[in-house]
Design a binder for this molecule. Structure first.
Ligand SMILES: Nc1ncnc2c1ncn2[C@@H]1O[C@H](COP(=O)(O)OP(=O)(O)O)[C@@H](O)[C@H]1O
Ligand SMILES: [Mg+2]
Length: 293
């Protein structure tokens, strides 16, 4: 971590220059996440001349500022569920409530998406990429530049504001993507296998950085991953999807204290219990899915 003021931004914004201070306060304001409730969701897609059921009676209540990971076999409907949380996909049956109000066709502007591919714009430098979402929202140039520089500092890229995307490593690019996402001060963060494309070591570092940043912001997170270790390490809850059509097969509360240490996976004996329990449940489903073909 090379940020020049990592210890300052959370507790003492008063030592920052006024513009940075404003950005720091703005960053902290997204403290309140939204609650999200999937109510008896069933969904199907037309695939050629048949209708394929994807989700079957999925009900899930996610509290405000909760971090929930969703794990399940490929094709089980994780991305579909995620896109329902912000209104991009409308469930065929059931409904999605956000902060107790039905989405009913509206898209949720307080939500931000993060994907495995960083999806940065190669013709923009790092800072301009972080600014992009703010620009779309009509944030004035000076303000968005200040916010973007602040977030680049937070992800340890304060010295790379002017760097082209092509000059950045995969890990750095994903850090820029994190900065771009968090700069929007989302109340709901929808993350679809966001670290899946990273090599194992970079992935661990970025998980830790992301966790530290999230712990200072507390937006609600729905985090899709195939990696059980990642799911347990980051989340308050891990939800397993499985079966055909897909249902919730397990919903585990992760009671590891926060802030979590980088070594929580080795330090806390509960970690192995969580892992073994989830793997036993997941294994059956993966087995069934891979022997079906
Ligand atoms: N727009 C679509 N039209 C038809 N089928 C789709 C569409 N989106 C997803 N599907 C199908 O629905 C199933 C679930 O997809 P998805 O939610 O992407 O799964 P996951 O993210 O768990 O891998 C898959 O079989 C996929 O092919
Ligand atoms: Mg997917």
């Amino acid at each position: 971590m090379t940020s020049s003021y990592p210890q300052v931004h959370e507790n003492d914004a008063s030592v920052l220059p006024p513009q940075r201070r404003e950005a720091s306060h703005a960053a902290r304001r997204h403290g309140q996440g939204v609650s999200v409730e999937f109510q008896a969701i069933s969904h199907a897609f037309a695939q050629g001349d048949r209708i394929a059921a994807v989700l079957d009676d999925v009900s899930l209540h996610i509290a405000a500022s909760e971090f929930v990971s969703v794990v399940g076999p490929s094709g089980c409907g994780k991305t579909t569920l995620l896109s329902m949380a912000c209104g991009l996909t409308k469930p065929k049956v059931g409904r999605v409530m956000v902060d107790g109000r039905p989405l009913d066709g509206r898209t949720l502007t307080e939500a931000a998406y993060m994907l495995a591919r960083d999806a940065l714009l190669p013709w923009r430098n790092a800072c301009e990429n972080v600014e992009f979402g703010l620009e779309v929202r009509g944030v004035p140039a000076k303000v968005r530049r200040t916010i973007a520089l602040d977030w680049l500092e937070r992800v340890g890229l304060g010295n790379y504001a002017g760097a082209r995307v092509g000059q950045l490593s995969q890990g750095m690019r994903q850090r820029v993507a994190i900065a771009r996402t968090l700069a929007l001060t989302p109340r709901l963060l929808l993350m679809d296998e966001p670290f899946a494309a990273l090599d194992a070591q970079t992935r661990v570092l970025i998980q830790e950085e992301f966790l530290r940043l999230w712990e200072s912001t507390r937006s609600t997170v729905i985090f899709i991953t195939h990696d059980l270790v990642e799911a347990i390490k980051l989340s308050d809850r891990v939800v397993l999807l499985g079966g055909s059509p897909t249902r919730i097969t397990s919903d585990l509360r992760v009671e590891l204290p926060r802030p979590r240490s980088a070594d929580v996976e080795h330090d806390d004996p509960k970690f192995a219990d969580y892992y073994n329990g989830l793997w036993a449940a997941l294994r059956e489903d993966v087995n069934r899915a891979t022997t079906k073909r």
